[in-house]
Design a protein around this ligand. Structure first.
Ligand code: 13P
Ligand code: SF4
Length: 302
């Protein structure tokens, strides 16, 4: 079967099964092209919560599918490749967070959605990279423990007086972008603004012209007068940027900006999952309920 045939069969099965395909910007282009909804983590969570479909096929990584299962327990959520995880989410365990809570009994726990359901369940509120600053600024507390991404925590602490204790986790893709990469790409593309994700290191953020979530980077790229933009996040986003702004050029800040987990899902896996309704993601009710509370607090602010 070629790409077009698979895409056609997927669209047909989605209709037949009253299912929706939700895809993140880091997915392969041929999956993004046929998604019912393409978005950043926040928009995808909101769509999962609001959809009337019976089934959600999640083209993303496990924490995203889990978030959908937490928010929409009456729907069948499929993750086409169950091994598509997130090394950042795995940087904290429930036991480690319980211990940290004992060490910082007065700190409120803000957890990035790039986390396991168990971590969310032990947190006071969740955030995404789109709303992290807003979430933290909304809090009435003297101290915040922010998990699992230390870089996002350090970035957010630039916008609040509340002391933030960053967890020692990072995303290998964004952390892997170095000031040396930036110097090189800037030399190759002089004058082009650089937009980076807040999961990047503080040193890289300091060198950027813009810092924001995937959707914020897309917005920035459209608004800037520059005809060329250097992109400091996972390169799958360039597919959407080129579609939206055909007159502009987008350059990946480094060749290493590829999330292997996001790229585990291929069109054929989406098709197989749909055909057989396989790789269902579920979250046990005793974890789902407290995780739902942390996510709902975030969504109420959105
Ligand atoms: P966004 O929240 O910007 O979509 O980012 C998700 C992600 O996994 C970043 O690595
Ligand atoms: Fe996780 Fe990083 Fe991949 Fe995002 S880019 S899914 S944070 S490993």
């Amino acid at each position: 079967m070629n790409t077009e045939e698979m895409q056609k069969e997927i669209r047909g099965l989605l209709k037949e099964k009253n299912a929706v395909l939700l895809a993140h910007y880091y997915q392969e282009g041929d999956i993004q092209d046929i998604a019912d909804f393409l978005g950043d983590s926040l928009a995808l969570s909101m769509e999962a919560a609001r959809t009337r479909a019976d089934c959600i096929v999640f083209a993303g990584v496990r924490f995203m599918a889990e978030t959908a299962a937490i928010l929409a327990p009456d729907k069948t959520v499929l993750l086409p490749v169950p091994e598509a995880g997130c090394p950042l989410a795995d940087r904290i365990t429930a036991d480690e967070l319980k211990k940290a809570r004992q060490q910082h009994p007065h700190a409120a726990v803000v957890t990035y959605v790039n986390s396991t359901a168990e971590t969310k369940a032990l947190s006071d509120i969740c955030c995404t990279s789109t709303n992290a600053v807003k979430v933290v600024q909304s809090m009435d507390t003297h101290e915040i423990l922010m998990t699992p991404d230390g870089n996002l925590a350090r970035y957010v602490s630039r916008f609040t007086r509340i002391p933030i204790i960053p967890w020692n986790g990072d995303c290998p893709v964004h952390q892997g972008l170095t000031p040396g990469d930036i110097r090189k790409v800037r030399e190759e593309h002089p004058g082009a603004p650089l937009a980076v994700h807040p999961e990047c290191s503080p040193e890289v953020i300091d060198l950027a012209d813009f810092t924001g979530s995937t959707s914020a980077i897309i917005e920035f790229a459209g608004k800037t007068e520059a005809g060329k933009v250097i992109i400091g996040t996972e390169s799958g986003i360039i597919h959407e940027l080129e579609k939206r702004y055909p007159g502009k050029t987008f350059v990946a800040a480094a060749a290493s900006l590829v999330c292997e987990d996001m790229k585990k899902i291929k069109l054929k896996d989406v098709l197989a999952a749909l055909r057989e309704t396989r790789h269902v993601v579920t979250v046990a009710e005793e974890i789902r309920l407290p995780a739902h509370r942390a996510l709902s607090r975030m969504l109420e602010l959105a």
